[in-house]
Design a protein around this ligand. Structure first.
Ligand code: UD1
Length: 416
């Protein structure tokens, strides 16, 4: 399964180029199904989730080529309308294919999606959204069967601004002679990225970045070349690493605006941020004196994906911090592991109360999910002694060569 061995206590100095965003690139892959022409995506991270999504696309008949950081996709022929169970359970994002396969060939069969074990992750909002568009949806023997020949567009009001459901409704409604309005749409930057990409392919979508999207169906989409946005969660994770170890890092290809909710919480006295010529330089000289409480919210609120890394930051900051997880109900699985390093955390339902301790101590811990796994690496980087993080395949789902990135800036971390 692989593990990281980390010798803590080293300050970090140097440059980190932020990888392309996993949660943006996967829906862009799904969008590639909507045209017969070639799509070229640059700045694609090498991640297990990316490889799995490409495998799923191959089973549908999409030709794919991944070289360096560029993926070429061509869906000139669609061989199948079915995303098989064995692949869908590896990857929750396969659920977006429902919208895009439907958009392309007016029918789709998707097995119930998998992904991180961070809660129930139902897909009722996706299904309701598709039904509102006029799609017939049936759930049968572990599959969701969709028939979209009578898809008529119209008004879709999502009960909750679900990222995945917003993406699915967009993907299902860009082709055709329909007008669709999506209300209470998610506003995550990855949605904006999808909208921009589809518009580059010839779609007519307006309202990007807002909670109301207007989609005017078009007859055809064409090929396009596009560079994937930087991963805001990866940026936030490495920024928090620096806050924990101290040092100075220049972040390249990072977007400050996308992590505004995190930046507003960091202790301004210990963490100095300067922007220069498109780079973000951060200097951390001392341990945070206080750690603000956080409640996870849909964007632009504090992202659930940074809750676990932020918990490690809180664990060694002075004072007490209250972390409330509002998005996923099973997202504290890193807590017992962090406690092994000496973190003082009490969990009551969806609330974690963290009382800062002066230092953490190396321990053997196990990653239970992607972001929780990252929080354990952060603990290892600042802990006294050696930390071993087991089951790092979870971390590989979202961070490209994490050990290389961190070693280059001076961390002692090895993959065994
Ligand atoms: C996406 C991201 C994930 C991130 C999350 C929140 C991808 C691949 N994943 O996940 O990394 O943590 O957004 O920013 O982009 N819900 C329902 N019914 C539904 C859909 C969602 O009840 O049909 C609930 C979920 O259980 C959860 C909340 O809505 O409590 C948010 O889910 P959603 O925004 O859909 O997240 P994902 O798209 O799964």
């Amino acid at each position: 399964m692989g593990k990281f061995v980390i010798e803590g206590g080293r300050q970090l100095y140097g440059e980190i180029k932020i990888q392309g965003a996993k949660n943006a690139v996967l829906p862009l892959f799904a969008a590639a199904v909507l045209t017969e022409e070639k799509i070229v995506l640059k700045n694609v991270p090498h991640l297990a989730d990316v490889e799995n999504m490409l495998k799923i696309l191959n089973t549908l008949g999409v030709e794919t080529k991944f070289e360096k950081d560029t993926v070429q996709l061509c869906a000139s022929v669609m061989r199948s309308d079915t995303i098989p169970c064995s692949l869908a359970k590896e990857l929750r994002s396969s659920v977006f294919l429902l919208g895009s396969v439907l958009g392309r060939i007016k029918r789709a069969r998707v097995a119930y999606p998998g992904g991180c074990d961070i809660g129930l992750r139902p897909i009722d909002i996706h299904i309701k959204g598709l039904r509102d568009l006029g799609v017939k949806v049936e759930e049968k023997e572990g599959f969701i069967l969709c028939e979209g020949s009578e898809c008529k567009g119209g008004n879709v009001c999502l009960d909750y601004p679900s990222v995945g459901a917003t993406e699915n409704v967009i993907l299902a409604s860009v082709l055709g002679n329909n007008k669709t309005i999506v209300q209470n749409a998610a506003r995550e930057p990855e949605i904006t990225e999808l909208v921009r990409f589809l518009n580059t392919m010839g779609a007519k979508i307006s309202g990007e970045g807002s909670s109301v999207l207007r989609i005017e169906g078009v007859e055809k989409l064409h090929g396009a070349e596009f560079t994937v946005m930087p991963d805001r969660i990866v940026f936030g994770t490495y920024l928090l690493s620096l806050c924990l170890t101290g040092g100075e890092i220049t972040f390249l290809y990072a977007k400050e605006g996308d992590v505004g909710a995190l930046l507003s919480k960091l202790d301004k006295n210990s963490c100095k941020i300067c922007r220069e010529h498109g780079k973000i330089n951060v200097i951390v000289k001392e341990r945070a004196k206080n750690c603000e409480s956080v409640t996870t919210q849909p964007y632009p609120g504090f992202p659930t994906d940074l809750q676990a890394p932020y918990m490690t930051y809180a664990a060694v900051s002075e004072g007490t911090c209250i972390l409330t997880e509002n998005i996923f109900e099973n997202r504290f699985r890193h807590v017992p592991e962090l406690q092994k390093t000496g973190a003082n955390i009490v969990v009551r339902d969806r609330v974690a109360i963290i009382s800062g301790v002066p230092y953490l101590t190396g321990a053997e811990v196990t990653a239970r999910d992607l972001r929780g796994g990252a929080s354990l690496v952060l603990a290892g980087l600042c802990a006294r002694g050696i930390t071993v993080v087991q089951d790092i395949y979870h971390i590989d789902r979202g961070y490209e060569n994490m050990e290389e990135t961190l070693s280059k800036v001076g961390a002692r971390i090895a993959r065994l």
